[in-house]
Design a binder for this molecule. Sequence first.
Ligand code: C5P
Length: 312
Amino acid sequence: TPRGSLARALAADGIDVREYFSPSKINLFLRITARRPDGFHELASLFHVVDLGDGMKFAKSSSETKDTLICSDASIPTDESNLVIKALNLFRKKTGIEQYFWVELDKRVPHGAGLGGGSGNAATTLFAANELCGNPASEAELLEWSGEIGSDISVFFSNGAAYCTGRGEIVDNVEPPLDLGTKMLLVKPPMGCSTPAVFKALDLDSRSTADPLELLKRIGSDGCSEAVCINDLEAPAFKVLPELAELKAELTEATKDKGTVVFMSGSGSTIVIIGDDDVPAFVAADETLFKAPTRLITRKSGEWYAPTLERK
Ligand code: C5P
């Protein structure tokens, strides 16, 4: 079946098909503040939603037993392990509404990237299911429930810029620290990082000692810099994937005359370059590297909004 045909067929049958943009995120800084007895870690991180995102289409299904998920990327499982299905199960459990759904996912955000692509899909799914069912739940409820299926879904309920604490699920909207037009480039090697593996490799003794609230203040007043865009998961990610350290060093070297700041997002393996979206020659020449120029986005009246989205 050609891509998009399910949604077209449903629409031709007069079935209400809704389209959503499912964005991803970066972490402008990420401090790990403690290891918890339950195996999770307490973090304090400035998240920002960006305009690299997946396309998602939703419709109510006539099935009384299962959801149908179709994904453009055949390497992504479409069973219960997919956060989209987890989100639909969660929605039914919490609302008691026995409604199943058709979902088409056009994947553009790489996985194992530290970009929260799957988490964005989960948040978008909760919004969409709720909307298709006539909004039985409030946004605050959807946000609260989302913590049960993942730690970094909350940011997608924010206005775009969010200071997140706890496991990552406690979200505070903050003033966007950077201009929305700030140029950025995301570069990711073919290998992804497994989040649990990176957390496992974390040595608490070699973390930064910077106060996260101080970092938040400094980024608001002075913007990004190497001293502020700290990620405590970089060192363990570099242990798990040594070529990532090399990539970061090469990107830093290749862009250093442009006043850029280069750091890893989340648990990797995406390296973010802030301040420039030109693709360095060695990156352009390497077909295996994922590269995406990106901008920060905000949410207004429930819609993701970027003055730069039209260019895509
Ligand atoms: O919540 P999520 O499914 O994204 O987390 C994946 C894994 O990452 C967890 O099982 C845990 O090993 C690790 N993690 C952590 N501390 C966090 C978030 C995730 O240790 N705050």
